[in-house]
Design a binder for this molecule. Sequence first.
Ligand SMILES: [Zn+2]
Length: 264
Amino acid sequence: MSELYTLHRGRTPLVVSAPHCGTWIPDELAARCTERALGVEDTDWFVDRLYGFAVELGASLIVPRASRYVIDLNRPSDNRPMYAGRNNTELCPTRHFSGEPIYRAGAEPDAAEVAARVVQYWQPYHDALAAEVERLRAAHGHAVLLDAHSIKGELPWLFEGTLPHLNLGTAEGTSCAPTLRETLAALCAAQDAYSWVVDGRFKGGHITRHYGRPAERVHAVQLEMAWRTYMDEAPPYRWDEARAAAVTPLLGRLVQAMIDWKPA
Ligand SMILES: [Zn+2]
């Protein structure tokens, strides 16, 4: 096991990745951050806790230790924008989702430091995730990757309006087989407690787009969840047991469907 991530290896075709729920910032970097940044407010809070049940169902689960402020594991290592024409956060973010700076003036990482962080933090996570996807594909004939995220439902610097509770992303249907996308959408449509969309503002980031290769029997889906679905959207960003318990059965149906689904 690495000190950079934890990987639980399951016994089904599904691996759950939670690339933004780390909160650790190394000391030398913390010294260059603003006081506010040390609160790591843009964390995908509690996503590992929320999906803990998936391990019980036999899924693999990989979770990094480092904060997304150290490096964003869901961006390509060459730092090209994920959503053209929008405000985008960077591979090594220098701004909060609100647009304010993460670093003290003049303390932002330069290109050489960004490259070093790719080697130190980004590559090991992706090496482990790629190996796990390959292990599952070899064992089961195919693999399914769920990239699990959560975000504040209103972030004017990043997007307009309020996000639906559940935002499934399949890179416009290219990261997984149509039958998997339809199965998940049908489960969302079969309930009316939570708003949902497929391939809305969040269509899947680098992990979904890079690993999702249906022709190679790897099917990837991103689920971006609005925080209000299971926690408080205002500081101190508390887990809400009642809300989390209410949404877990639906999450369970989605995860079980990803486990049970088989390619045609
Ligand atoms: Zn995220």
